[in-house]
Design a protein around this ligand. Sequence first.
Ligand SMILES: Nc1ncnc2c1ncn2[C@@H]1O[C@H](COP(=O)(O)OP(=O)(O)OP(=O)(O)O)[C@@H](O)[C@H]1O
Length: 403
Amino acid sequence: MKEKIRLSGVYKIFGDQPRGRALDLAKAGVPKDEVQARTGHVVGLTDVNFTVREGEIFVVMGLSGSGKSTAIRTVNQLHTVTDGEVLVDGEDVQAMTGSKLQSFRREKMGMVFQHFALFPHRSVIDNVGYGLNVQGIAKRERDKASLRALSLVGLEPYAMNLPSELSGGMQQRVGLARALAADPDILLMDEAFSALDPLIRRQMQDEMMAIQAELHKTILFITHDLNEALRIGDRVCIMKDGAVVQIGTPEDILTKPATGYVAEFVQDVDQGRVIQVNEIMVEPKPLDPSLTVQQGLQHLGDRSGAFVLDAEGKPVSVLTTGDGIRVSGMGSSNLSDALRTDFAVCRPEDTLNTVYAAAGRGIPIAVVDESGRLVGNLDPRHIMEEMGRVESLIDGFEREVFL
Ligand SMILES: Nc1ncnc2c1ncn2[C@@H]1O[C@H](COP(=O)(O)OP(=O)(O)OP(=O)(O)O)[C@@H](O)[C@H]1O
């Protein structure tokens, strides 16, 4: 996939002499607090490296003061960098000045903030078209683009309303529409949904992901909320004290946290929303023919038993190991007596939270493809193990730190 944005060895020092001793200390790996104590300068970013690929949602996540906003602002040169390089489409952003920088900002990227000012006395459509107006685009064309952007966020019917007639969530949508109106390749979103109620926030996340899937924008999204990062990010970059701690897919972050710091964060996350069934399902294998009680019986791992399939490969009943042992213990040699039909069904791309209930009841879970054919088995115990795994990782880090 094409690279859209690249930060290489980026440092940002705030203070009177950013390129002086503070930079040298930061480059030598001296922690942010110590640099501040020794020089009075604040390390905003220290050796930040990441690339954002075309069409991905790349989320930068960290606590307040970790450097997220500073990092995103180097991409459109709202901040100059003290050292290092920022490239967008291979072009050096720091080298841009004057009208070139202006048109780069206007045409290539849209920005959405947590709190942005809508003009209270202008209609929604004029707010959305504001940037295009500044660019000197005629009203007819401007309105056409604004209406298209409003329809993307579901607000076309409110085009002629004033901002005060819209709810907070709708106003935030106007902000998104404004960023989309100029049809930029890149969206920079700084805590764009953080001020919204949880339900509205999730709706906005869904809408943004739908828009991205349709328009293939490259989105650099900043949040302090790991749940949000894992929900929307194709990849997530975790920052602490101006430095990058880990970059990975949501699954990487959850299952392979790079440091104890990341593991601590992960502790609070509902992993079931991120881990997919196909990551922990077991592939079905035919049973040893000598054990076959019926044509089509499939072996499903050592503990969980077997599904009986029809001629098309769809599961119709299940024989659990426990039921098999119970029936033979009662003197029956016919294992068919032990077959049961109360099993749950899910798809490989479902997330674990969709099968919690079945796992909790301890019933077998068949994983089927779009035509209902068996492609895997999900042992309820595997789910519980997976959920416990991150906790044991954290224990491991704690042992490393404290022993
Ligand atoms: N203009 C500035 N002058 C001095 N220090 C600054 C300036 N802007 C940011 N900083 C400092 O740089 C560091 C990173 O700040 P930044 O705003 O990027 O963090 P953040 O992760 O976005 O946090 P928040 O979510 O609170 O905005 C902080 O220590 C902050 O105090």
